[in-house]
Design a protein around this ligand. Structure first.
Ligand code: ADP
Ligand code: MG
Ligand code: ZN
Length: 621
């Protein structure tokens, strides 16, 4: 599909742009040209001119209002010098010139005087108009007046030109696709549905985390149905001046109705569709509200007649949307576009690696296994990184190796071999990482420990322990979560066991361990003391964490009990990690020495070493 700008109010804008350019050139020319190309005549003070006349050194003069040019007597055959001066108001001058025998005349009117004087009127006018127009363009809105400003910036993807996107380009979101196939049917054969009196849905909301293919799906719907696709982003509506957003909405729907059946796609719907009440606290946002109201009005209005315009919208914050948007007849259909599962990831990798040359050893399934939580966009990026690495390594095709290196890059930032740790630091980091690995090896739920490295990566991590899930996990039980917390504390515990002190390197681990413990208590209801109550306000959104996690208003005692519970969980896990490491003190030493030698321990070698970790007798995990 090709992207085209919607036809703008055409001629006036073009003309005014040309005028703006011309008048700019004219101004520049006026400023610079006389100095650049004009005759280089020396300027002298008027008093010197008068003196020279009185001394009878001057032969002739050309007297203008703003300038007098005159020529001095030459010596012998040589003509005299030409000088110029700026006159003062002097009625006696002609008399003086005549007395001293100077040939003189008034300056003839300049040859382009007529054009000049017209231009001097017209040019400022043009500049004014052009500037006015320029600002109106910027504003892009306002009333639909004679100048027809305020056209929407919607892009139209016209189907049929260049590569058209279809459902085959989207993978891993099968449920969403099934629902959207129906939308395609509505667009292709609306009569079939209206004939039996069914109401064709107007709005479909695509909901999901960033990069999961919402925009892609919307384009695919247009591609499958073979209809025009108007696309605009919510933030563009709210851009500049008051009144513009709603004018844009009106205009967008007007254009769409003319081209029905078609799709209007509003990306980032939350930018205009935020719940109105939440904003009232800040004194409200009139502009956004007007835009929202206009959108609602248009959606209510356009079903009249037999135009099929379906509004697709995308958001990753459905919970923040105004309830009015979700009412029947508006965005009453919601399609979840979630992160892909294992087979979905493999399918997405397949799609994107069609564009690159793959070597014979490629196992995309293995790549997919390593990448739970990756969105479609992340996977597309991964394929590209792998291809870049292959090219840098001067390979002819992408090898599996490239994928794994790309994966580590994407996950942990770029490898920075140049950043050297001193020996002491290196040792601490090594013990720390081995601590994670050994505790992790005994714990379920965190996945298999696949790699320990003390090669610094990116900005923050000095070393890292890579745990790979062996399958996609959606549900974790309490002991698995406790195991994860112990694993997170394993690094710090190793430092304690070996050095008796801890460094600042463990702070991120602590943060994550505490967060996890708190969620166990407040979100998952796993505390025996507090019972199965959710103490955080919003149940965890599908985004995984982040916003809406403020605690419900609780009594002081409950708050204290929560803190107590969190502390208990973390401390128990800490003790467990310490016990494991103390019981395996020699192995801790062995693995660390090996790691210090090779900087990276992975694969079979690591597997063998970690298999030797002895579980605690009183095995808690
Ligand atoms: P969103 O709009 O949900 O943030 P996009 O549709 O803009 O995500 O996705 C960005 C890019 O990532 C797409 O152009 C595509 O290359 C890739 N991508 C994302 N999801 C998928 C998917 N499910 N299948 C194939 N490619 C995908
Ligand atoms: Mg998008
Ligand atoms: Zn750590």
């Amino acid at each position: 599909m090709a992207v085209k700008d919607q036809p703008q109010p055409p001629r006036f804008r073009q003309i005014s742009n040309v005028l703006l350019l011309l008048s700019g050139l004219f101004l520049l020319a006026n400023i610079f040209l006389p100095n650049l190309f004009g005759p280089q005549i020396p300027q002298v003070p008027y008093s010197l001119f008068v003196h020279q006349v009185q001394e009878q050194d001057v032969v002739r003069a050309s007297v203008g209002q703003n300038e007098i040019r005159y020529q001095l007597k030459g010596e012998g055959d040589k003509p005299g010098q030409v000088l110029s001066t700026t006159p003062i108001f002097d009625l006696e001058l002609p008399k003086l010139l005549q007395e001293k025998g100077v040939e003189f005349a008034a300056t003839p009117p300049s040859k382009n005087g007529w054009i000049g004087s017209v231009l001097s009127w017209v040019v400022p006018l043009l500049i004014f108009v052009a500037i006015f127009q320029f600002f109106m363009n910027r504003q892009g809105g306002g009333p639909q007046g004679a100048l027809s400003i305020g056209k929407s910036k919607a892009k139209v993807y016209v189907e049929g030109e260049s590569a058209k996107i279809t459902f085959a380009d989207v993978a891993g979101v099968e449920e969403a696709k099934t629902e959207l196939v129906e939308v395609v049917e509505f667009l292709k054969t609306p009569d079939r549905f209206t004939a039996i009196g069914a109401r064709i849905p107007k709005g479909v909301l695509l909901v999901g985390p960033p990069g999961t293919g919402k925009t892609l799906l919307a384009k695919a719907v247009a591609g499958e149905a073979g209809v025009p696709f108007f696309s605009i982003s919510g933030s563009e509506f709210v851009e500049l001046f008051v009144g513009v957003g709603s004018a844009r909405v009106r205009d967008l729907f007007e254009q769409a109705k003319k081209q029905a059946p078609c799709i209007i796609f509003i990306d980032e719907l939350d930018a205009i569709g935020k719940a109105r009440s939440t904003n009232a606290a800040f004194g409200g946002n009139d502009e956004r509200e007007q835009t929202l109201n206009q959108l609602l009005t248009e959606m209510d209005g356009f079903a009249v007649g037999n135009t099929t315009v379906i509004v697709l919208a995308a958001t990753n914050r459905p919970e923040s949307l105004d309830a009015a948007l979700l009412r029947p007849g508006r965005f009453d259909r919601q399609v979840l576009v979630d992160r892909p599962d294992l087979s979905g990831r493999e399918a997405i990798l397949n799609i994107h690696s069609q564009k690159v040359k793959l070597g014979p050893d490629i196992d995309l399934k293995a790549v997919a296994t390593r990448t739970p939580g990756f969105s479609g966009a992340d996977l597309a990026n991964l394929v590209n990184e792998a291809a870049l690495l292959a090219a840098r390594n001067r390979r002819l095709a992408v090898a599996q190796e490239d994928f794994f290196e790309a994966f580590e890059r994407v996950v942990a930032g770029l490898e920075k071999k140049s950043r050297v740790l001193n020996e002491k630091e290196k040792k601490i980091v090594a013990y720390h990482e081995v601590g994670h690995a050994m505790v992790g090896a005994l714990m379920t739920g965190g996945g298999e420990v696949a790699k320990i490295s003390i090669v610094p990566r990116g900005m923050a991590a000095l070393g890292y322990t890579l745990q790979l899930p062996t399958e996609d996990r959606f549900l974790l039980d309490e002991s698995e979560l406790r195991g994860q917390i112990a694993t997170l504390l394993g690094g710090r515990s190793a430092e304690e066991v070996v050095f008796g002190s801890i460094t600042t390197g463990a702070s991120n681990d602590l943060q994550r361990a505490t967060d996890l413990a708190e969620r166990m208590v407040t979100t998952y209801g796993m505390s025996k003391v507090l019972g199965p109550l959710a103490y955080d306000r919003a149940q965890q959104s599908f985004l995984g964490d982040g916003m809406g996690n403020a605690r419900r208003a609780v009594s002081a005692q409950t708050a204290e009990a929560i803190d107590q519970e969190v502390k208990e969980i973390v401390e128990t896990a800490h003790q467990q990690a310490l016990d494991i490491l103390k019981a395996n003190r020699e192995l801790l030493e062995t693995i660390t020495q090996k790691l210090l030698e090779t900087e990276v321990v992975e694969g079979e070698a690591l597997h063998k070493l970690l298999a030797e970790v002895r579980p605690l007798d009183k095995a808690v995990a």
